[in-house]
Design a protein around this ligand. Structure first.
Ligand code: GTR
Length: 406
């Protein structure tokens, strides 16, 4: 028998859950969230292949010399902030090494990366498993971990599907991770305590200063610096993986640092793969309200006027060219605008064509659970929720296998 008290609690719970649901689907932070294709405004994307002086880009030479650097600069100034490159020194300390981890199948290395600038420093620890069965230096997948550190447990007492290390070792890949909080805490009042206030405090005073995503992307490059020194790894075959905010970061990191051979971006949504101008699901205005500390302050001036942005996210995808890039969406993740994310890929093809890199994209997104693998731009739209899971990783491996064997 359910008494009146219990009934009241159940009723309140039901109202709270429904309210949370309503917030995400209808009105969120005082804004109506659009999930209706019919209400997507008409928009015109900035021309990927026309320079700011009006020159049409018809070859890779002009793309690389002029248009690509222009687009990188636009993203720095208006979206993700500047990217300081210099520092005084970097050191790699092997903290622990277990040559027969995972029942002898892998070698575990925990490495601490210390970067110094003007007398201050930060530490970025990494966890790395390298397959013992291999013919030469191993290709690597590096995850930008934006969830709990438990997901990359070096002891393997916890095995997370977010970072399925055993699977990757079995497939012949090394798998590594660093945690975003070690570069910039993922908090609006604390993001600056890391790369920014320790190494590049001048960024704090700029309207286009580096923020959290910039710091995370910077950290990915420092991990790459380490990979280049580790003889067990093939630094020419490093694939960068990120999910959601980490997926926005993997794209930005891949754009800035062309040493990454391949980029995977899972459910990255607004200011990741999704086109800003569609204003479907999470908008520029909403992401700035909730997560303004991820982006340069200047980005906030585009809240409510995305048509004024000199870039859109197809241009970020195009910055990966000619390297392979792969993005994902989930059917229950409308917040990340699956169609808008696919259209970014579609609109980035022109740059791949300049390089004569074929893509197998079709104007319409592929059916559910039908990954596009044999293509320089890869994609899948899967069943399920906003997540990075084993299905995603398995397809990342198929995509990497395909490209590394070409
Ligand atoms: C959401 C945010 C998204 C996405 C996500 C995540 O709340 O609105 O842009 O980044 O968080 O990182 O899981």
């Amino acid at each position: 028998m359910i008494n009146r008290g219990k009934m009241f609690i159940v009723l309140v719970w039901f109202m709270v859950v429904n309210q949370a649901h309503a917030q995400k689907t209808d009105v969120f932070m005082g804004e109506v969230v659009n999930y209706d294709e019919a209400k997507v405004p008409r928009y015109q994307l900035p021309d990927l292949l026309r320079t700011t002086t009006g020159q049409k880009v018809k070859n890779t030479a002009l793309w690389e010399k002029k248009r690509r650097p222009e687009i990188v600069a636009l993203f720095k100034t208006h979206v993700y902030g500047q990217r300081p490159e210099g520092f005084d020194s970097i050191k790699f300390n092997l903290i622990s090494k277990i040559p027969d981890a995972m029942d002898g199948r892998a070698c575990l290395k925990e490495v601490n990366i210390s970067i110094w600038n003007k007398g201050k420093h930060i530490d970025i620890p990494i966890v790395l498993f390298i397959p013992n069965r291999r013919d030469g230096p191993a290709p690597v997948f590096l995850l930008i971990n934006n969830r709990s550190k438990k997901n990359t447990d070096p002891s393997r007492s916890l095995k997370s599907t977010f970072w399925p290390a055993e699977l990757m070792i079995e497939k012949g890949y090394a798998i590594a991770a660093f945690h975003v909080a070690d570069a910039a805490p993922d908090k609006k009042d604390a993001y600056q305590h890391g790369v920014i206030d320790q190494l590049y405090p001048e960024q704090l005073d700029r309207e286009d200063g580096m923020k959290a995503i910039g710091a995370w992307a910077w950290a990915a490059s420092r991990v790459m610096d380490y990979f280049e020194t580790d003889k067990d790894l093939d630094a020419r075959k490093v694939a960068l993986v990120g999910h959601s905010r980490g997926g926005k970061t993997s794209l930005w990191a891949g754009a800035l640092d062309q040493r990454f051979a391949m980029v995977f971006s899972s459910c990255s949504g607004s200011t990741g793969a999704a086109l800003a101008r569609r204003q479907y699901g999470e908008t520029v205005s909403l992401i700035n309200k909730q997560f303004g500390y991820w982006f340069a302050d200047r980005y906030k001036t585009y809240s409510g006027q995305v048509d004024k942005l000199p870039v859109d996210q197809h241009m970020l995808i195009a910055l990966m060219a000619p390297r392979p890039v792969y993005t994902t969406n989930a059917v229950e993740d409308r917040w990340a605008d699956p169609l808008g994310s696919y259209l970014s890929l579609w609109n980035a093809r022109a740059v791949y064509s300049l390089y004569d890199r074929k893509t197998m994209l079709t104007p319409e997104p592929p059916p559910l659970n039908s990954p596009i693998i044999n293509s320089f731009i890869g994609y899948h739209f899967r069943t399920g929720i906003h997540d990075l899971n084993v299905y995603d990783w398995e397809n990342f491996v198929r995509f990497a296998d395909y490209h590394y064997r070409l």
